[in-house]
Design a binder for this molecule. Structure first.
Ligand code: GCO
Length: 254
């Protein structure tokens, strides 16, 4: 696999039971990594783990609700104590709450910002503390969004959270470069996942996405997974603080 392989590496992937997170975990397993699937629901974790077993003998699961941001540091420290610190962290867990900004509840806002942003900050710094303490390098890849750079009506909390993820990626990259911890983000365009099922089921929205995207289609989790594997690999040893838009050309055209 040359510089693109992940043999001998361990990756912790959040939001790993479905969508982009599961796609990333699958691609990392195919690239030789041991993968730790993190998610909230034990039965969904077991299903995802079964799906990946034939790809890698090293598929582990850890259930935790990352919305409980105060408990993230202790959860990660315990994970490291019992199975060693992962080399790679992929922050893929995220939610969306759609609605007019004037109508959304403060709880909607707080839930989206907690999982999409605060949990990313908390888990990333828990990861960095351990890797720095152990004198080991590391890779963090955050899943941002088209909404890191653009917006549409009705998704203000999500857009704000993903805009912040883009800047947090740069902030942590410049702070941890000295330790060899590289921090980047992959920003998906419109992807065929459960998060977007309702959008895909709307013929007008579906036609808009296919017409607006130069490649004329919705992306797939695999379209996102392999750029994530690239950023986790030795092929990306000189890349940090970057947000790579994997959007079918969406942002390249007006
Ligand atoms: C929406 C979508 C976006 C996602 C999209 C682009 O409601 O417009 O869910 O918020 O971020 O997949 O990344």
């Amino acid at each position: 696999m040359g510089p693109f392989g992940l043999a001998g590496r361990t990756a912790l992937v959040t939001g790993a039971t479905r969508g982009i997170g599961l796609g990333v975990a699958r691609a990392m397993a195919e690239s030789g990594a041991a993968v730790i699937l993190a998610g909230r629901d034990r039965s969904e974790l077991d299903r995802a783990s079964q799906e990946l077993q034939n790809l890698s003998t090293s598929v582990y699961t850890r259930d935790f609700d990352l919305q409980q941001v105060d408990g993230i540091s202790a959860w990660f420290e315990e994970l490291c104590k019992s199975s060693g610190s992962p080399d790679i962290l992929v922050n893929s867990a995220g939610i969306n709450r759609r609605g007019a900004a004037t109508d959304l509840s403060l709880q909607d806002w707080n839930s989206v910002l907690a999982l999409n942003l605060t949990a990313v900050f908390e888990l990333s710094r828990a990861f960095a503390r351990v890797r720095i303490r152990e004198g080991k390098k590391g890779r963090i890849i955050n899943i941002a969004s088209l909404m890191t750079a653009a917006a549409r009506p009705g998704v203000s909390p999500y857009t704000a959270s993903k805009g912040a993820v883009g800047q947090l990626t740069k902030a942590l990259a410049v702070e941890w470069a000295q330790y060899g911890i590289l921090v980047n983000a992959v920003a998906p365009g419109y992807i065929d996942t459960d998060l977007n099922k309702s959008l895909m089921a709307d013929p007008a929205f579906d036609n808009w996405v296919k017409g607006r995207c130069p490649l004329g289609r919705w992306g797939t989790p695999e379209d996102i997974a392999w750029p994530v594997v690239f950023l986790a690999s030795a092929a990306a040893d000189f890349i940090t603080g970057q947000v790579i838009f994997v959007d079918g050309g969406w942002l390249a055209t007006f």
